[in-house]
Design a protein around this ligand. Structure first.
Ligand code: HEC
Ligand code: HEC
Length: 353
């Protein structure tokens, strides 16, 4: 934790040197701000902004655009708070709940620059969370209007349904049955290997398909590189900076942004981020980010990862017991991570190709 604080202070001081101390004290909040689902207290927002600038701005940027001085080249890139969309808030659609944002801030995201902020007192974290809402509430379009994409500002938007894991229907005594069932659903009905790696042989995948699709035979072809994850294009954008430039080019329309795939997002030239689904048995640098306990995996599998292509499986017709089975299965795979058996399995599976 101390290490991360030093990192932020160090990076912030570089930022000040680079930007020539351009930071101007913003006007304090004096009036309550009403947003969907409530009203924000000005004193709390002032405290929240101060703490945000101290701890978060270096990566997430002064305007919350994910373009802070320390963000350059970070992958995954820091979240752009202006859109109000979160990956790991455990809601398949709708607005994130404060509890989930708090969990993310306190636990951090494994294998990313988003470290666990264990030492910030709870009250201060609460202040920051309220301030984050302002950053997205004020998202404006080119005409300075509140943009519908700044979706906290949308009148009829609602808090999403939280993914809360109920009782585990399998339990420790049935763990091995749960893993077997999870393996079948993963490779059969859910076809997770469409994006993630597969972990069983091709004849086994056909059998899993049949077993989880009322005895129907699998007719689809296997994709190429079935035993490696497939990179996906996400909805998240990152400002595009020229080498050695502190800020991305500003823009009013897409035409102002040169370079293939570049687009104008809230006044900055940006492009969509690619994301690699994790291989559960491999790669130190690409771990599961949002926790590896069964309950965490349930939350992720059931409610998906907004904006990244990872579906909310609860809404895809997978029943609760099978959602748990999938969590057991992914959990068992992650226990193999970077072991000799993981390597052997990978070699054996790839030898079929
Ligand atoms: C050293 C850089 C860095 C700092 C400092 C930092 N973050 Fe992050 N943050 C990141 C990165 C990188 C991600 C994206 C991780 C991902 O997409 O997997 C992220 C993601 C997030 C998310 C979104 C997760 C989601 O579900 O989409 C929240 C919320 C967040 N940070 C809050 C904060 C807050 C609050 C602070 C200050 C207390 C902070 N961050 C400080 C780098 C940082
Ligand atoms: C259409 C593509 C797609 C499919 C199908 C898919 N996923 Fe994912 N999944 C992703 C992507 C992309 C990520 C990485 C998102 C990120 O970190 O931005 C991911 C991440 C994950 C994670 C890690 C989350 C974390 O905290 O880092 C788990 C666990 C997971 N998927 C499980 C599954 C399971 C189980 C299935 C099948 C039931 C499945 N996925 C099907 C695209 C997919």
């Amino acid at each position: 934790m101390i290490r991360s604080l030093f990192l932020v202070l160090f990076l912030s001081s570089i930022a000040l040197v680079i930007t020539g101390c351009q930071y101007e004290e913003p006007d304090p909040f004096t009036e309550p701000i009403s947003i969907v689902g409530g009203s924000l207290d000005p004193d709390q927002l002032n405290r929240g902004r101060e703490a945000y600038v101290l701890y978060c701005y270096a990566c997430h940027g002064m305007e919350g655009d994910g373009d802070g001085p320390a963000a350059y080249g970070l992958r995954p890139a820091p979240r752009d708070f202006r859109t109000g969309m979160y990956k790991f808030a455990g809601v398949a659609e709708g607005m994130a709940h404060d509890e989930d944002i708090k969990r993310i801030i306190k636990d951090g995201l494994n294998g990313t620059a988003m470290l666990p902020w264990e030492d910030i007192p709870d009250a201060q974290i609460d202040d920051i969370i309220q301030y984050l809402k302002v950053l997205s509430y004020y998202a404006e379009d080119e005409d300075g209007e509140i943009d519908a994409a700044g979706w906290r500002a949308v009148e009829d938007n609602e808090l999403g349904e939280r993914a809360v894991a109920g009782d585990d229907p399998w339990g420790a005594s049935q763990a091995s049955e749960a893993i077997k069932r999870g393996e079948a659903v993963y490779h059969g009905q859910a076809n997770c290997q469409q994006c993630h790696a597969a972990y069983i042989t091709k004849p086994e995948i056909k059998a899993a398909y049949k077993a989880t699709n009322n005895g129907k035979e699998m007719t689809a072809e296997f994709r190429a590189d079935l035993y490696e994850p497939l990179i996906q294009l996400s909805e998240y954008t990152v400002p595009v900076r020229e080498p050695l430039q502190y800020k991305a080019a500003t823009c009013e329309e897409d035409e102002d942004c040169s370079g293939e795939g570049n687009m104008c997002v809230y006044g900055k030239c940006s492009r969509k981020l690619k994301v690699l689904p994790p291989d559960f048995t491999f790669n130190e640098l690409r771990s599961v980010r949002d926790g590896t306990e069964l309950q965490d995996l349930y939350r992720i599998v059931a409610h998906g990862i907004q904006g990244s292509g990872m579906p909310a499986w609860k809404l895809q017709g997978i029943g609760d017991k099978d959602l748990w089975a999938l969590s057991y299965y992914v959990h068992s795979l992650s226990k193999l991570k970077d072991t000799g058996s993981a390597l052997e399995l990978k070699k054996r599976l790839k030898a079929q190709e």
